[in-house]
Design a protein around this ligand. Sequence first.
Ligand SMILES: Cc1ncc(COP(=O)(O)O)c(C=O)c1O
Length: 455
Amino acid sequence: MEKNTDLIFAALFKLEEARQVIRDGLPSGLNQQEEMQLKEKISELKGIIQALETGTTGKKPGRIAGSIEVRTREEENINIQPIQAAGRLTLAARQAIIAYGDGYSTCDACRKPFRLDKISKPPIADFHTQLAQFVNMDQARVVPGARRGFQAVAQTVVEKGDSVIVSAFAHYTEFLAVEGAGGVVKEVPLNKDNIITADATAEKIEQVKLETGKLPTLVMIDHYDYQLANEHDVKGIAKVAHSYDIPFLYNGAYTVGVMPVDGKAVGADFVVGSGHKSMASPAPSGVLATTSEWADKVFRTTQMVGDVTKRKFGIKEVEMVGCTLMGSNLIAMMASFPEVKERTLHWDDEIKKINFFVDRLLTIDGSKVLSEYPRKHALTKVDTTGSFDRIAAIHKRRGFFLSDALSAKGIVGEFAGATRTWKLSTYGLSWEKVRYLADTFTEIAEHYELPITKQ
Ligand SMILES: Cc1ncc(COP(=O)(O)O)c(C=O)c1O
């Protein structure tokens, strides 16, 4: 029985390796013969995977159980879905999920003092130390999503009726975290370039003080927002917040795990990141890091005593509800971490790729970029109302024609039928795939005789 399980795991690991080879495509620098041989191997692998996953060699998607279909989106396509790009798992993370999928698998070696971040086998305690170093803060905890990081901070610093400064582009989870703590959000307006500035933040703080007679108790700003992925002046804003003695939460949902983040250099009291958005980790996962000054407050331990039993659970942290991210989500996050750390050093190349793509898109007459440009982030909002949407107006598939044309070329991730003003990301795609992506848009434009400016 033991042996069988080992064999099945070994087979699943191999399967994951094969999926990765397919997903990454061919390495560059191959000669013609090598390329041909590899292509044959990949097509063979695809057949084997399909047979294993579907139990058939037919075309229909297989089912894992009931109506849950096998998902091969990343292997079979170029996925430009804006929020999925940096959450794609590494091979190591996929294997971790298989090995640690059982419920409380991380608790095998949980010994006194009985807390997740203290477990040394697997090395969860070390991972916490590394996470804090990674964002240059003093302490870190894993959390089930960035939202739980906002929640922990809001519950620590916000009291009923307090104001919290957020961006006019703040994510809804920031609103909910503030509301849950009994606070009220106050939005800093954007400037004409859709940027939140330090001056505008100072003005908003003054306005709140004047209107409520009280300073806000938290400033929480996204380094890159989710709507346009524009960069906001987090360093300047942190300085303003501190000049009023207000703590600053740096929302790194779109930065931690894709680009270098230095919480101390920003002047952050709290750094929040999203594992499933930007750290090649499964959902939900995330990180909350803080300074020594704030750690005792946001990671306060319970004081509660049972009135009958007199039980106490002293070591457990209240805002973390004891232990946070258990099982495969945490181990997969840990498994991806070395690659995640490494990839942040290549952010410049990701920026070159998105700018290459956007430059090419803009050669198609009528296309616009709504995000700041040149791009500083791989996530980008474009407006194709004046280009591809002109075709949609006369095409029998109407607004779906662009998605049809893209998926016929193996490109997925845009919301079918919603491609007037829309978001995409080139994050993590190889240069070969980015060029293919740009060529495909050009080809579709040429096919429908949209004018193209020569570069
Ligand atoms: C800017 C921003 N902050 C926070 C979040 C929430 O992140 P999570 O899903 O990890 O809770 C998102 C999610 O889309 C986001 O875009």
